[in-house]
Design a protein around this ligand. Structure first.
Ligand code: AHR
Length: 313
């Protein structure tokens, strides 16, 4: 590296190293969420940032209290993974008045765009579309009764993943979502709700496929399907979203069929955007989109499991 470039890099790093960031995390409801927390802490440490972390135990009021506390501490920026989409206007306005940039991670809010610097995340509607397209291809012309495990009620991934899936099924009348209920993105509730679906659907014999808004609920449902004496991945097709190691393990054992990957590294692009903003006021785009890639049993799930299992999940 030339000396000018090295100087510029060290100046940027010195700039970032002086900064304090508050991270208002949702909780640890899923393997994906735990990985996002690990990756965010690692990204901050790698850049020499002082990261103050708050786990809101999936409660919006705790996240709002954490943001107010970060404002009172005078942090240089706030990372917010908003548990639900609505109800943020007042606290985001307070952060704006305190001139503290807020970056949204992985979920969206219904607030005006001028209340946050940028949002890093996937196209959540597209994830639902990708899941539906895979299922349409797998089922063909056969009639298919689908059950759906929704994410946290009122959260942007639950709303958008449902929309994308439903829109894509339009015109494919042989595929019908016959039951839909929240499993709150957790493994335990995914299992519990799947048990009730199985009971209501002739012990599961009338269910052709499960669409779960995240892998953890799918993993819980797989357990319920096995306990009901059916073969997940064969008697009931399973498509979900996230790409966590346990889902790849299930795919390698032919107990799940497909997942749409969501990277847990939202912090990398978020901190890059903040670095540029701090350095010379560069305004990032309002949405920094991460990739959504489909994986199936044909995509070396055992290898993917090995590659991912140490990555903070
Ligand atoms: O907002 C992203 C979603 O939140 C993930 O898909 C899910 O696992 C998590 O709880």
């Amino acid at each position: 590296m030339g000396s000018v470039a090295a100087l510029a890099l060290s100046a940027t790093m010195a700039l970032a190293a002086d900064k304090t960031i508050g991270f208002a995390q949702i909780g640890s409801e899923s393997g994906w969420r735990a990985a996002e927390t690990t990756v965010t802490k690692q990204q901050a440490a790698d850049r020499g940032l002082d990261l103050r972390f708050s786990d809101a135990q999936q409660k919006q009021e705790n996240q709002i209290a954490a943001i107010r506390s970060f404002i009172a501490q005078g942090v240089d920026a706030i990372l917010l993974a908003p548990v639900v989409a609505t109800g943020w206007d007042a606290v985001l306005q307070e952060a704006k008045e305190a001139e503290i940039p807020v970056v949204l991670l992985d979920r969206q809010v219904d607030s005006s765009e001028d209340l946050y610097l940028t949002a890093v995340g996937s196209n959540l509607v597209h994830e639902g579309e990708v899941a539906a397209e895979w299922l349409i291809g797998a089922v063909g012309d056969k009639p298919c009764r689908i059950v759906e495990l929704e994410g946290t009620t009122g959260s942007s991934p639950a709303i958008d993943r449902k929309t994308g899936f439903e829109n894509t099924l339009k015109g494919h009348d042989n595929l019908q979502v016959v039951r839909s209920q929240t499993g709150d993105f957790t493994r335990a509730q995914g299992k519990e709700v799947m048990e009730s679906f199985l009971q209501a659907e002739n012990g599961g014999k009338d269910i052709c496929a499960l669409y779960a808004h995240n892998d953890d609920m799918a993993v819980g449902a797989i357990q319920a399907i096995k306990e009901a004496g059916l073969q997940p991945g064969k008697d009931i097709l399973i498509v979900s979203i996230d790409g966590v190691p346990d889902l790849f393990k299930a795919m390698s054992e032919a107990e799940a069929n497909a997942t749409v990957e969501l990277t847990p590294n939202m912090a990398g692009p978020a901190l890059d955007a903040l670095d540029a903003y701090w350095k010379d006021g560069t305004m990032p785009p309002k949405f920094i989109q991460t990739e959504s890639k489909l994986y199936t049993q044909a995509d070396d799930p055992a290898g993917e499991y090995d590659r991912r299992k140490g990555l903070g999940y």
